[in-house]
Design a protein around this ligand. Structure first.
Ligand SMILES: [Zn+2]
Length: 255
């Protein structure tokens, strides 16, 4: 299994990461993709990827950390990507979040546009975050037909999911589907093709059902795989096989 979205540069993983990697491996999670949220994290995730062959990473400017980004960070991102360091597999986490305080949509769209340009320039996939912004995000993606990637933490209608798939994006399926009450997302995921889905925990965020109030962990990915298998009426091996292939192809992983 591949955890296509895990913030392994945040606590509790910063404390003895090797133990958490071992626990992930024991649970069958062989690869983690770690997207960095701001310039401060870029070196941290690069160092993790150097230390652990199980980790690949992405660098980007996350909209929730907007206030800490500077316009000059785009130039820094360009320089970082130009180096093509080992283990770097995507641009992200980036995107639009109109639910935060002082959202400043104009600035968010500008920063994301610049990051999409860099993804195009370096032919890398993007890891996208979207909250209350699907329409604006989909419209922006229309201007970048060559840029593909993952819409992380998919939740919403089947129709919205299909709009991303139409633009060449995979949908990141996380803990949301383990909650019976998440009817809309569960119904959407049931009807969306497995060939366009990838698994993710978003650890330490997005707790899986039964573990509310605790930090989420990559070793809980099998619970999400099982929930997806039940929704789609297939066995878990099939879910693991197809989603692993999807993540491997998207990030061009050598596994
Ligand atoms: Zn994230």
């Amino acid at each position: 299994m591949i955890d296509s979205h895990c913030h392994f540069d945040f606590p509790p993983f910063t404390e003895s990461p090797e133990t958490w990697i071992e626990r992930s491996l024991a649970a069958g999670v062989r690869q983690l993709i770690v997207p960095a949220v701001s310039t401060e994290n870029w070196e941290r995730v690069a160092t993790l990827a150097e230390a652990f062959p199980e980790i690949s990473y992405a660098v980007g400017l996350h909209p929730v950390w907007m206030s800490s980004h500077e316009d000059a960070d785009i130039q820094k991102l360009d320089t970082f990507l130009a180096d093509a360091p080992k283990g770097l597999v995507a641009v992200g986490e980036c995107g639009l979040d109109f639910a935060i305080e002082n959202a400043d949509p104009e600035r968010q769209i500008r920063l994301l546009t610049e990051q999409l340009k860099l993804a195009e320039k370096y032919q890398l996939p993007v890891i996208l975050h979207s909250r209350k912004a699907h329409n604006e995000l989909l419209q922006l993606l229309n201007d970048f037909p060559k840029v593909k990637g993952i819409l992380h933490a998919f939740s919403g209608s089947e129709q919205i999911g299909r709009e991303y798939i139409k633009r060449g994006f995979l949908l990141g399926i996380g803990g949301t589907i383990t909650y019976q009450r998440a009817n809309k997302t569960r119904n959407a995921v049931r009807n969306l093709p497995l060939s366009n889905l990838v698994l993710e925990t978003d650890a330490p965020d997005m707790p899986v059902y039964g573990y509310q109030g605790e930090p989420n962990l990559p070793e809980r990915l099998p619970l999400i795989a099982q929930a997806l298998a039940s929704l789609k009426g297939v066995n878990i091996e099939k879910v693991i096989h197809v989603t692993t292939q999807n993540s491997t192809a998207c990030f061009a992983l050598n596994v």
